[in-house]
Design a protein around this ligand. Structure first.
Ligand code: SAH
Length: 227
């Protein structure tokens, strides 16, 4: 899987790409990340990439020229170009899986109040939001997209079976997990998990998933019922 990231802060990605499963995947080459510093494409001697908004209002806007040039320098046909944006389609597991199937994606990290609309109009295939809240820069969102997508790359997860049982598959949240010890501070592991009876355990886990989804995420539960 290849990620091309357009950002004002390439250094932001250094530590995550050295850490945990992402670090391992980057080292073994099953994920490759190209970091494109938008500032390198500024013609301003201070490498400025923001300017004030037409029509007034607070904050600054990511300028179109450096982003246009950065994208043109990279331009890859058939590679979807994503913009991180609270105004985008909210990322979900189905879309993560779809993106993983592309093999290569490019992500523009928005900053300031956002990006000049003409960047979106000219180049962007998908505006993607990581949820209904605002963060200060698209780098966080890009990392989340990258990490979620990477989990579908063969070899990324040591145990691919866990992908199929996870939260959001079938529109259900996952059942609770327990490990040793069997009892801690008076709290015991549910008997059924010690029974060795695989079918009963499967049914218990399914019931737990359904109960939790109904209680915590009625929106998801309704989707589950409709399927
Ligand atoms: N003024 C904007 C928020 C800008 S936040 C608004 O009200 O919609 C600055 C940048 O952070 C955005 O350009 C975007 O790239 C990123 N960002 C903020 N919230 C996000 C979210 N929920 N999902 C994805 N990216 C987000």
């Amino acid at each position: 899987m290849i990620f091309n990231i357009f950002t004002l802060f390439p250094e932001f990605f250094e530590s995550p790409l050295k850490t945990g499963l992402m670090g391992k995947a980057a080292e073994s080459g099953i994920i490759k990340t190209g970091l494109i510093d938008i500032r390198d494409f500024s013609d301003n001697k201070h490498k400025r990439c923001d300017d004030s908004p037409y029509g007034g209002g607070s904050g600054m806007v990511l300028m179109p020229e450096p982003v246009f040039r950065a994208i043109e320098a990279q331009k890859k046909n058939n590679v979807p170009l994503i913009l991180t944006s609270p105004g985008g389609r909210v990322l979900d597991q189905a879309f993560v899986k779809e993106l993983a199937g592309k093999g290569e994606i490019s992500i523009v990290c928005g900053n300031y109040e956002g990006v000049d609309q003409r960047i979106i109009d000219r180049y962007i295939d998908y505006e993607v939001s990581i949820g209904d809240y605002v963060i200060s820069g698209g780098e966080f969102a890009a990392l989340i997209i990258m990490n979620a997508v990477s989990r579908y790359v063969p070899g990324f997860m040591s145990n691919t079976a866990s992908l199929e049982e996870e939260s959001f598959e079938e529109n259900l949240l996952e059942y609770p997990h327990y490990t040793r010890p069997q009892e801690i501070n008076g709290m015991a592991v549910p008997e059924i998990l010690l029974s060795g009876h695989h079918e009963k355990i499967r049914l218990w886990r399914e019931a737990q998933s359904i109960e939790k989804t109904k209680r915590v995420r009625p929106d998801l539960y309704n989707k589950y019922l409709k399927k």
